[in-house]
Design a protein around this ligand. Structure first.
Ligand code: ITT
Length: 201
């Protein structure tokens, strides 16, 4: 594998919550972490894949054609058992293109109330690292939890206020950023990618 210079890395996301988490998760690399905006990339790549992995690859490879820097993409979402895995890869657009995090959470709680079944769920995160149009590494992380009956907490982003970590009986939004990183799908995927990077150095 060709190893790029990792002094600077672009995170291929327009989601501020993800970006904040990556700045902490990638700290061991000591890289300067840039957003798409910092890298002056204003094109939007359509997520046409049929899995988290395909979409992460698509974003990483496509965005890496717009910059000389290595690009890390994250495709993630929430799979709810009683909803047959929905919203899954459609987590960001679950309540329509203009909806807010609060709208998505509201819709999820309504659908789950109608389903009246079990409330288990898992977060999934697929990561892909690309450079110069070439896929270098990929990884995946998951974490299991329970969907609460009402939002709790103000931290994090997305579905965090209704995602309960069973061991703690707290939602991700009730945890500090450091605590969320002990359990999250994103931290697990990032740890596995960093391990692979170290092994191939
Ligand atoms: P980019 O494609 O620009 O990265 P996005 O928000 O559209 O941003 P995704 O397509 O990967 O990203 O959708 C992920 C959605 O899943 C995200 O918008 C949240 O609603 C949800 N999600 C993912 N990780 C989450 C987390 O750690 N906590 C809460 N919700 C999360």
């Amino acid at each position: 594998m060709r190893i790029p210079d990792l002094t600077r890395i672009v995170i291929a996301t327009r989601n501020g919550g993800k970006l904040r988490e990556f700045r902490v998760l990638l700290a061991p690399m000591k890289s300067e972490v840039l957003s798409l905006e910092d890298a002056s990339i204003d094109t939007d790549i359509e997520e046409t894949g049929s899995s988290f992995t395909e979409n992460a690859r698509l974003k990483a490879i496509s965005y890496s054609r717009f910059t000389r820097l290595p690009v890390l993409a994250d495709d993630s979402g929430l799979e709810v058992t009683a909803l047959d895995g929905r919203p899954g890869i459609h987590s960001a657009r679950y309540a329509g293109p203009e909806a807010s995090d609060a709208d998505r959470v509201r819709k999820l709680l309504l659908e789950l109330a109608e389903a009246a079944g079990e409330r288990s769920a898992r977060f999934v995160c697929a990561l892909a690292l690309s450079w110069d149009g070439e896929l270098l590494l990929e990884s995946e992380g998951q974490c299991s939890g329970i969907i609460g009956t009402e939002p709790r907490g103000t931290g994090g982003f997305g579905y965090d206020p209704v995602f309960i970590v069973p061991e703690l009986n707290k939602t991700f939004a009730e945890l500090s950023a450091t605590e969320k990183n002990l359990y999250s799908h994103r931290s697990r995927a990032a740890a596995s990618l960093l391990r692979e990077l170290l092994n191939s150095a």
